[in-house]
Each structure stands twice: as C-alpha cells, then as structure tokens.
Design a protein around this ligand. Structure first.
Ligand SMILES: NC(=O)c1ccc[n+]([C@@H]2O[C@H](COP(=O)([O-])OP(=O)(O)OC[C@H]3O[C@@H](n4cnc5c(N)ncnc54)[C@H](O)[C@@H]3O)[C@@H](O)[C@H]2O)c1
Length: 349
C-alpha cells in the first residue's frame, strides 16, 4: 500500500513515518513538505520515497492509496478534503481542524467520497485508556456522572509568538492543542455523549506582552518578541452532556507549582484517576471497606496501533474509534467552549 506523508515535521518523524516503516503492508512513496530540505532529508534518512513540495503531486498519483496529514492545523481541512476527493484514504493529525465548520466539511467530504477519514486521536489506541473504558462498560464504576479534567502546566506556552499561538494557524490555544486529547479520552471512555450545554471562560493573561513573559519551558521554540499571541493559554468550563457532566480545567501556563495531567472519572460505584499517558487507580468499596487499586499495564506503542489500525481498516472497511464521526462531537464541544467564552454566557447545543 503506497503512502504519502504530507508535512515532515515533529509528529511525522516521531510517530507516523516510523510506524508506517514498521508495517509490512505499507510503503512510503512520498515525503511532502513546503520546506524542500525537510522532504529531502526524510528521503535520505529513511532511504525510500520521493521528495515533493506540493501535496497535489502526491494526490495526483493513482498509486497512492492513503496519506497522513501532519501539517499545522491550518491546512488539515484543505488537504484532507482534497485527498478524499482524489480518492485517497486519510489519517489527519489532531485536532481535526481549526474550527467546527472545517471539521464538518471534512466529515461531509468523507461521506461523499466513501473513503476513510480518521483523526489522530491516538489515546483511543492506548492500552490503559482501553482498560479503563472496559471497566466503565462492564459497570464497575456504576453510573459515571461526573468527570474532572485537568491539564495544567507551570508557564509552558509553546513557542509564544509562533504558529501555536496564532489563531489563524492553530485555531486556538491550550484547549485545541492539549484539551483535544483529554476531552477525546473522556468522550471515548464515556461512549461519545453529545454535549448539551456549555459554560466556559478562556484566559490569555500571561503571554502579553511577549517580551515580558517569564517561562519554565517553551517546548516548540523560543518566544518571538514581535510575533502573534491571540489564543488562550488557559480554559475552564462545565459541559453538560447526554452522559456525565465534564469539568474542564486546562492551561499551557498558570502560576502553579506542579503540572497536573489527569482525568478523574467519578461513578456511583467507583471512580478512577487516569494519569495522562500513564496508569490509573480505581477507588471503590468492598465488604464495607474502602479499596484502591492501581492498574499497571505495559501500554502497547499507541502510534503504531493507530497506523496499523488505519492500514487494517483500509483493507477491511472496519470503522475505528478514531473515525471522524466520533471526533466531530469533540470538535463541536470545543467550538461551544470557545463560543461560550467569547459570549461570557452559557451556550446551548
Ligand atoms: N498526536 C499528537 O500527540 C500530536 C503531537 C504533536 C503534534 N500533533 C499535530 O500534528 C500536526 C503537526 O504538528 P508538528 O508538531 O509536527 O508541526 P511541525 O511544525 O513540526 O511540522 C509541520 C510540518 O508541516 C509542513 N507544512 C506546512 N504546510 C504544509 C503544506 N501545505 N504542505 C506540506 N507540508 C506543510 C511544515 O513545513 C512542517 O515541516 C499539528 O496539527 C499538531 O497538532 C499531534
């Protein structure tokens, strides 16, 4: 199966390319990047493929079965829709798109073309997340009525002034970049419940003016003093869904001492704290006593599972949990969070 990699940056190198290389059914035919050296370097590094700068060249090749879209968010919907219309199956990195309307257009293109469109919500392939979901589905939690989501870091805005903090490129800040993974885990584990009402606020307090920002780490690149900062570094909100109430607290940067990256699933019979990307502890009662059990799983490499699943579903037509039809609900929820924050009032869906 011939594959095109569109966007040869961090996530392409750390996840998509090595995973396709390790799948015996896949062969990368194109490395595409608007920066020619990035595409050429990938050809040299992996010893395969053709380097191109225009994704349309990849889409015009009838030999290409599928593409991974690993560009910044700005281009997700444009490239994914063009690829579907060219008859290619698509794995598009998260978030699906900058805004809900773009994600809806992607879903519409998927329905029209009948090709596969999966989103890179890779936690749906994480062993611990799946074990926790299994326990919820088996009734071990009773009714999960409340979920508390915390993704908060101590002054850690990525590349302030660059693509991450420019709304026209990223679509948003901490919510769309980190929150999308956390909300996606909640949605997956709780059966993808639709949002009903949202009341939220976003904060853009610490990064302005950019030259005065003091930080712990900047993990994309150093701040660009004359760059753009028009997204949120923090978000808080309450989402009522057809399932549990979700309480969201997230921030790339806050004046806190410790990072908090976890989700609490609170049920009538039991609850659990899932440490993001790690294990979870389940709290319950037995024989009139309190219990707590930490489940320790050796998580299988989730990016490999995501790519293997993509290749497999192209062959079998199986619908994966990363399909756009599920992800669209998270996109809608994030859109409502942003709308509520802008209006400073509750939004009904
Ligand atoms: N799943 C995850 O955990 C995860 C982690 C990191 C990033 N991501 C997502 O992956 C995407 C890319 O992030 P990244 O950190 O790899 O960014 P990056 O900047 O390192 O790489 C993006 C690459 O795309 C190229 N590009 C831009 N426009 C292009 C176009 N029109 N055609 C071809 N190439 C183009 C850029 O030149 C760059 O090399 C983002 O949407 C991000 O949210 C997901």
């Amino acid at each position: 199966m011939k594959i095109g990699i569109i966007g040869c940056g961090t996530i392409a190198h750390s996840a998509h390319i090595p995973s396709y290389m390790a799948n015996p059914k896949a062969q990368i035919k194109y490395f595409c990047d608007i920066i020619p050296e990035r595409a050429e370097d990938a050809v040299k590094k992996y010893g395969c493929g053709i380097a191109v700068t225009d994704y349309k060249e990849v889409l015009a090749d009838p030999e290409v079965t599928a593409v991974s879209v690993c560009t910044p968010n700005l281009m997700h919907s444009v490239i994914a829709i063009a690829a579907l219309e060219a008859g290619k199956h698509v794995l598009c990195e998260k978030p699906a798109a900058r805004i809900y309307e773009e994600a809806l257009a992607m879903q519409e293109a998927q329905k029209r073309t009948g090709k596969i469109l999966n989103i890179g919500v890779v936690n749906r392939f994480n062993t611990n997340v799946n074990k926790l979901k299994e326990m919820i589905d088996n009734g071990d939690f009773g009714e999960v009525y409340y979920v508390y989501v915390s993704f908060r870091a101590h002054r850690s805005i990525p590349g302030l002034g660059g693509a991450f903090t420019t709304k026209a490129i990223a679509g948003g800040g901490a919510l769309i970049d980190w929150g999308v993974h956390f909300l996606d885990i909640v949605m997956y584990c709780c059966g993808d419940p639709k949002a009903k009402t949202v009341s939220a606020e976003t904060f853009s307090k610490l990064g302005n003016p950019i030259c005065d920002y003091v930080y712990k780490d900047s993990w994309a690149h150093e701040p660009i003093h004359d760059g753009i900062y028009d997204v949120e570094e923090g978000v808080t909100g309450i989402v009522r869904t057809e399932g549990p109430v979700i309480n969201v607290n997230g921030a790339w940067a806050q004046n806190i001492g410790e990072r908090e990256m976890f989700i609490d699933f609170i049920g009538t019979k039991g609850g659990a704290r899932l440490q993001y990307g790690k294990d979870f502890t389940f709290y319950s009662t037995k024989n009139g006593m309190l219990t707590s059990t930490t489940f320790v799983n050796k998580s299988a490499p989730m990016f490999q599972a995501e790519i293997d699943g993509f290749i497999d579903c192209i062959e079998t037509g199986k619908k994966l949990p990363s399909n756009i039809d599920y992800n669209i609900l998270t996109s809608q929820m994030m859109d409502a969070i942003y709308r509520s924050a802008e209006l400073h009032e509750e939004v009904k869906l």
